[in-house]
Design a protein around this ligand. Structure first.
Ligand code: HEC
Ligand code: HEC
Ligand code: HEC
Ligand code: HEC
Ligand code: HEC
Ligand code: HEC
Length: 427
């Protein structure tokens, strides 16, 4: 955090000292972007990973123009991989801070497009006028924390003062009374406070109830987290890259996960499916090739070695199968508890939902990870929001008419179809 702040002040100082080498023109452009156009671009290109005011796969973008120079942002967005490869310390630092998650490059965007996006993300948050875009996101949060603590501190101090003043007044009055010869009532021996507390059954009851509620709250909070494995990214026995297969080589998801269309499970392909191609692909093209899969992080040797692991597993010596196999145990990533029922074909074939809607940008994942929380709330939310696809489905067209009449709407959501009934998802 301290590092981050110093980083941003550094770049700020730089911006003051020597104007961005890309010229005055951009500085004038600052804030001149069109937020409406920016919103469109942001939603279609960036929203998969960025939110404006909250961290997601990537950092919250509000306040980004305070954290970096505009010129730097242009370069980053257009080609962050090149920027990092050029040894840019700022770029490498963010990349590492975000655990090496890879952001796409957007060479198709012009500086003007990026200005529009920035104009949109720098719009101050509506509900929280305190956090205007002009203060950096991080530092203003810090500021709030400090001021809260300050207020609490002052309150505590005032309370202490009050107590000591009362004590002093009491003492002075007593001394005054004795001097005047006023007889003060003799103090009986008080029962200690804890004893009177125990004797007061009502107080005990209230306290017990309070403690129960408080602990219940924390236990609930704890259990709500248990079993939510969003972002789970185990190490697989063979480094298999969806980026290379589904992304660069555009192999259809269903070529490998063929049962997603017709059954409850998508399943992981058997190694025979891999060998359909890998009998002839024993190594990846090297870095000089136009079609290379090689990146800064993963070398050709690394990938070739992984293909060799596939060969060892199926017992392929380059010409024929030797019969010596070593089964590969893929680590399962997505896993609902047994008491919940989820069916792929219902969602993929019947509802026509894209895999990416639930599994995220798989074609960009070098290493597969769990994108969605897979909680009940997640299922239910989507059922509330998603309209059932009725067109061209004879079975639905009749029900549609009736339901649409019942709810007085044009479109019927999955929820209105019964997608909220417990029994649909729980055995
Ligand atoms: C596939 C996910 C993904 C997409 C899509 C994406 N980003 Fe990013 N972005 C990231 C990640 C992750 C980081 C953090 C740095 C890293 O790990 O490379 C980041 C960092 C940034 C930063 C630096 C922010 C900072 O606080 O330092 C900017 C600016 C940025 N992205 C802008 C954009 C814009 C504009 C778009 C859309 C045109 C976009 N990103 C699309 C994932 C993404
Ligand atoms: C060439 C075969 C192949 C293609 C094409 C492919 N996958 Fe996979 N997929 C695999 C293998 C092998 C695994 C298991 C290893 C891993 O998790 O990376 C896997 C794992 C997964 C998982 C995680 C399964 C779990 O354990 O929970 C998901 C989700 C997934 N793939 C979705 C997709 C989507 C979406 C696409 C299309 C964009 C796709 N796959 C394309 C082979 C493939
Ligand atoms: C439709 C053809 C096809 C299928 C099916 C296929 N691959 Fe590949 N595989 C490729 C291509 C193409 C490359 C990249 C070659 C290059 O970059 O030059 C590749 C690269 C690889 C690599 C090196 C890069 C990486 O992902 O680590 C491994 C390992 C690999 N495949 C494993 C598998 C496994 C395991 C399966 C089965 C689950 C599989 N492949 C199925 C075509 C396929
Ligand atoms: C509506 C959300 C949704 C869509 C759309 C979806 N999945 Fe899944 N996927 C899930 C959930 C939830 C699980 C966990 C299922 C379980 O544990 O029983 C899962 C699990 C998987 C698995 C792990 C093995 C299995 O079958 O349980 C693979 C592989 C997979 N999905 C691939 C795909 C592919 C490929 C597509 C697109 C053709 C796709 N998914 C579309 C939600 C979805
Ligand atoms: C991306 C949106 C989306 C998500 C996420 C999603 N669903 Fe669905 N689901 C749908 C839609 C749309 C339908 C309606 C399909 C149809 O046309 O019958 C549906 C239908 C169903 C049905 C059949 C309901 C019926 O009335 O017959 C079940 C069961 C179901 N989903 C379970 C789940 C479970 C369990 C999860 C979470 C693990 C989940 N869904 C997550 C969109 C979603
Ligand atoms: C659209 C599918 C769906 C419907 C409808 C649904 N559930 Fe669930 N429910 C799930 C899934 C998925 C989980 C597992 C969540 C997890 O592992 O975090 C779950 C978990 C639970 C749990 C375990 C506690 C938890 O949050 O992990 C309870 C209890 C539960 N559901 C009760 C109900 C009741 C009662 C209803 C009817 C009002 C209902 N569910 C309707 C999908 C559904």
């Amino acid at each position: 955090m301290v590092f981050f702040v110093s980083l941003s002040t550094n770049s700020f100082a730089q911006a003051q000292a020597d104007p961005v080498q890309t010229g005055e023109e951009q500085v004038q452009d600052e804030g001149a972007g069109d937020p409406a156009k920016g919103k469109e671009l942001f939603n279609s290109l960036c929203a998969a990973c960025h939110k404006r005011y909250k961290n997601a796969t990537g950092p919250a973008l509000n306040g980004v123009t305070d954290r970096h120079e505009r010129g730097w942002i242009y370069e980053w967005v257009k080609n962050n991989a090149d920027l990092r490869a050029s040894g840019d310390a700022e770029a490498i630092a963010i990349f590492e801070e975000w655990g090496g998650s890879v952001m796409n490059n957007f060479p198709q965007l012009s500086n003007n497009d990026i200005d529009n996006i920035l104009a949109y993300v720098e719009e101050p948050k509506a509900e929280a006028p305190v956090n205007t875009g002009s203060t950096g996101g991080g530092s203003s949060e810090g500021g709030n924390g400090v001021s809260n603590n300050l207020v609490l501190g002052i309150l505590a101090f005032v309370l202490l003062m009050l107590i000591s003043v009362l004590f002093l007044v009491n003492k002075t009055l007593r001394r005054f009374a004795t001097e005047q010869g006023v007889a003060l009532p003799v103090k009986e021996k008080r029962t200690p406070i804890w004893k009177s507390f125990i004797e007061n059954q009502f107080l005990v009851l209230v306290t017990a109830v309070f403690l129960l509620l408080a602990s219940g709250y924390f236990v609930y909070g704890y259990f709500m987290q248990v079993g939510v494995d969003q972002g789970y990214e185990p190490i697989q026995p063979i480094h298999y890259s969806h980026r290379i297969h589904a992304g660069l080589n555009e192999i259809e998801c269903k070529y490998c996960h063929s049962s997603a269309r017709v059954s409850k499970h998508s399943g992981i392909p058997s190694l025979n499916v891999c060998m359909n191609c890998h009998k002839s692909i024993s190594e990846v093209a090297d870095a000089s090739s136009e079609f290379t899969s090689v990146t800064d992080e993963y070398s050709k040797e690394f990938y070739d070695n992984e293909i060799q692991k596939l060969y060892d597993a199926v017992g392929w010596d380059g010409q024929k199968y030797t019969g010596e196999t070593k089964p590969v145990k893929w680590v399962r990533i997505h896993n609902l508890p047994d008491f919940a029922y989820f069916n792929h074909s219902q969602h993929v074939s019947v509802a026509g939902i894209e895999c990416q809607k639930c599994h995220g940008p798989v074609e960009e994942m070098e290493i597969m990870s769990q994108h969605s929380p897979l909680t009940m709330g997640w299922c239910i939310n989507c059922h509330r929001e998603t309209n059932v696809k009725m067109e061209g489905n004879a079975y639905y067209e009749k029900i549609h008419e009736e339901l649409a009449k019942k709810y007085g709407v044009e479109q019927v959501t999955a929820a209105e179809m019964g997608g909220l009934e417990c029994g649909k998802c729980h055995y």
